[in-house]
Ligand binder design. Structure first.
Ligand SMILES: C[S@@+](CC[C@H](N)C(=O)[O-])C[C@H]1O[C@@H](n2cnc3c(N)ncnc32)[C@H](O)[C@@H]1O
Length: 306
């Protein structure tokens, strides 16, 4: 049997057992003894919590996670309208996406971003996605909390919905901020995969040239929504690029607002990473589990064909 080292928090640190120990750590936390947290779903290298991310994250040990992808509420559900497939539809995504006013929204973002900092390893990095509704607050908080900003990526969506009022430019991009916890630590970046990889649908990326900070990626394909629609689902292609570029083999990846679990699905497709997702709406947890099972079935089928 392999020898395992314990860290300050009494957590076993062995690559194969790290997810297991994290799950146990969360289950056994004495701080919240009365209210134990058990993952709603757990398989190899993949686990989901159906709870508020602030509660789940509060039970993580310090300096534990390698990479975080956070797609938080954008706070844009203000009862306005947009155009979808030629029809006028409400922009409302759900109660969770409604703004509670500048101060309250700021407090919410500050709380989860600071908790992410505590649980990230010093060399660990965080990605936050957003639009002008939330991204400036998040960027300001990242700087206030002492993160070191590495990049801001403009994700250009070629077929974005037209602007109905004809009084503004058509919103056709989202911003992704990439930041490291510790200014002086060395983060992981898979430069070669980004430079030499195959990105056929990105009309800006030139083969064997450096990956730049504008990415052209289409919204999720119909196929990606076959187990249920999430109003703000991210494309798998986007998450694959993020995970491949900024997480090494064996990394622990956390998504505190996992929704339909695009991050976990992309991590499972790429393989060799440990994923933890947190989502408080059980409807989206059900979609996530179906998506996960589908990927596993596909992977098993591919192995059989080899
Ligand atoms: C922007 S969506 C994420 C979509 C996801 N990236 C995907 O591809 O499906 C944000 C999600 O966070 C969930 N959420 C909002 N606040 C939360 C909280 N405090 N704890 C856990 N989940 C939360 C919402 O239910 C929603 O599904």
């Amino acid at each position: 049997m392999k020898k395992l080292k314990k860290n300050n928090n009494n957590i076993y640190r062995d690559n194969d057992l790290v997810l297991e120990s994290l799950v146990n750590y969360i289950d056994k936390s004495t701080l919240y003894e009365k209210e134990k947290l058990i993952p709603i779903f757990k398989a190899d290298n993949f686990c989901l919590y159906n709870a508020d991310c602030l509660i789940v994250m509060s039970r993580f040990p310090d300096n534990y996670v390698d990479m975080i992808f956070a797609d938080p509420p954008y706070m844009l559900s203000n009862s306005g309208f947009t155009c979808h497939s030629g029809r006028m539809v409400s922009v409302n995504k759900g109660k969770w996406d409604k703004s509670k006013g500048f101060e309250e929204d700021f407090k919410f973002h500050e709380t989860w971003i600071s908790e992410c900092k505590r649980i990230l390893k010093p060399e660990g990095t965080i990605w936050i996605s957003g639009t002008y509704h939330n991204i400036y607050q998040c960027g300001y908080i990242l700087q206030k909390e002492g993160y070191h900003i590495l990049n801001d990526i403009a994700w250009f969506k070629p077929n974005a919905s037209p602007n109905l009022s004809c009084r503004f430019f058509t919103a056709s991009h989202e911003t992704l901020i990439w930041a490291r916890k510790d200014k002086n630590a060395k983060h992981y970046f898979n430069y070669k995969a980004m430079k030499n990889g195959y990105f056929p649908s990105d009309t800006i990326k030139k083969p064997f040239k450096q990956m730049r900070s504008v990415w052209v990626i289409n919204p999720p394909k119909r196929e990606e929504k076959k187990y249920g629609k999430h109003p703000t689902q991210k494309p798998i292609e986007l998450l694959k690029r993020i995970i491949e570029s900024s997480s090494d083999i064996g990394s622990i990846i956390l998504d505190p607002f996992s929704g339909s679990c695009t991050t976990g699905i992309a991590a499972t497709i790429l393989g060799n990473r440990k994923f933890i997702g947190i989502e408080f709406d059980s409807k989206y947890i059900a979609t996530s589990i179906s998506r996960y099972n589908d990927v596993i079935k596909l992977k098993e089928h591919q192995v059989t064909l080899l």
